[in-house]
Design a protein around this ligand. Structure first.
Ligand code: HEM
Length: 335
């Protein structure tokens, strides 16, 4: 049987899942590669468009709305980021119209631009740079229409600064806490990367990007249930689920424990010179990872080998053992 026929019946969310492990061990690195080309996996592929729409679009936009209503501080923009916000909005609109012409269109009539989004039945005329022509700040306006979280980084004084963002699906961090911090300060809590030079190399790389250049990388962790909002702010709602899962029946683990993968795009904007950081979160339960034996096997080896300090930082010290056990007993993995 060929790989294609073997996996013909895989659901789209599995076939398009950005499985992140190229080898059996995982360590932090400045893992960036040029964006916009399809990355093949054992089940299919991902990554054709830096802004990715899938079958979860409407659910995830409703979830973003719910999170923002409950906590408006998930949107942050320092005053000097006005130009970068407009730049980001227009760039995202152009990217969407180019990637999905059936759904999005951006037209221009003199100074007036017309945006149409058929997925949400939206039509909006606006004048670039004039805030009165939009119902809300530009980053918030466009951020409600895409599945990606967005951070905008200003470049000045030889460093990058996270000075604006719309982040409703953070993996255990807080935009409200981080806004206004430098790239190095934002990464302060991450173990190993400072002594290993990962983050200073990443910053130099990002500061050297030219207008229009696009790169991508992945990051990952484990999450209990299909929960996108695991921000520090809502920790009391989701933190204990990790212990409860570990104490509960092994049967539930395949359905409830998810591999959480972030596809992150890094794009230098042209008009403002800001760096636009897009974070798209994909969640796949272990029982669906196990549909692809190669993935189950690799996930097993990575989890088993991951050093304690990295597991601790990722918040998976309680869940990795049940995950490994489930993969052995139900996921077809031979240790
Ligand atoms: C966390 C690397 C770009 C914001 C991390 C982690 C690594 C990393 C290794 C730890 C992740 C984990 O174990 O789960 C990098 C590299 C980048 C990059 C190599 C670029 C090439 C960015 C950018 C931002 C950002 C542009 C935008 C502000 C964060 C945040 C965290 C994080 C907020 C969580 C920190 C916390 O625990 O509070 N990054 N990153 N990263 N990164 Fe990055």
């Amino acid at each position: 049987m060929t790989a294609a026929t073997e996996f013909e019946v895989l659901p789209e969310r599995v076939a398009r899942f950005p499985f992140p492990f190229p080898r059996d061990t995982y360590r932090y690195s400045t893992n960036v590669e040029p964006a916009g080309t399809r990355a093949d996996t054992a089940a299919g592929g991902w990554g054709e468009h830096p802004v990715d729409m899938d079958g979860f679009l409407l659910d995830e936009l409703a979830e973003r709305r719910r999170v923002l209503d409950a906590d408006p501080s998930r949107f942050q923009a320092l005053g000097h980021m006005e130009v970068a916000q407009w730049d980001a909005m227009l760039t995202l609109m152009k990217m969407l119209a180019e990637a999905y012409p059936q759904t999005f269109a951006l037209d221009r009539d003199g100074t007036v631009r017309r945006w149409s989004n058929r997925a949400l039945d939206l039509e909006q005329a606006f004048v670039y740079g004039q805030s009165a022509t939009l119902p809300e700040p530009p980053l918030l306006y466009i951020g409600r229409q895409i599945q990606e979280d967005v951070v905008l980084l200003d470049q000045r004084d030889g460093a990058l600064w996270g000075d604006a963002g719309l982040v409703t699906f953070a993996a255990d961090w807080s935009l409200r806490f981080d806004v206004g911090m430098s790239f190095l300060q934002i990464h302060g809590p991450v173990p190993r990367i400072h002594t290993e030079g990962v983050i200073t190399r990443a910053q130099s790389f990002l500061m050297g990007l030219h207008a229009g250049q696009r790169y991508r990388r992945t990051n990952w962790t484990l999450t209990v249930d299909r929960r996108l909002d695991t921000a520090t702010e809502t920790y009391p709602e989701w933190g204990r689920d990790r212990r409860l899962l570990a104490e509960g029946p092994l049967d539930d683990v395949g359905r409830r424990l998810h591999l959480r993968v972030e596809v992150q795009h890094l794009i230098r904007l042209g008009a403002s010179g800001a760096i636009m950081f897009l974070i798209r979160t994909y969640l796949l339960p272990f029982e669906e990872i196990a549909l692809v034996p190669e993935w189950a096997d690799r996930l097993y080896r990575v989890l088993e080998e991951l050093p304690e300090d990295m597991a601790d930082y990722k918040g998976i010290t309680r869940t990795r053992e049940p995950g490994l056990k489930w993969l052995r007993e139900f996921g077809g993995v031979r240790p």
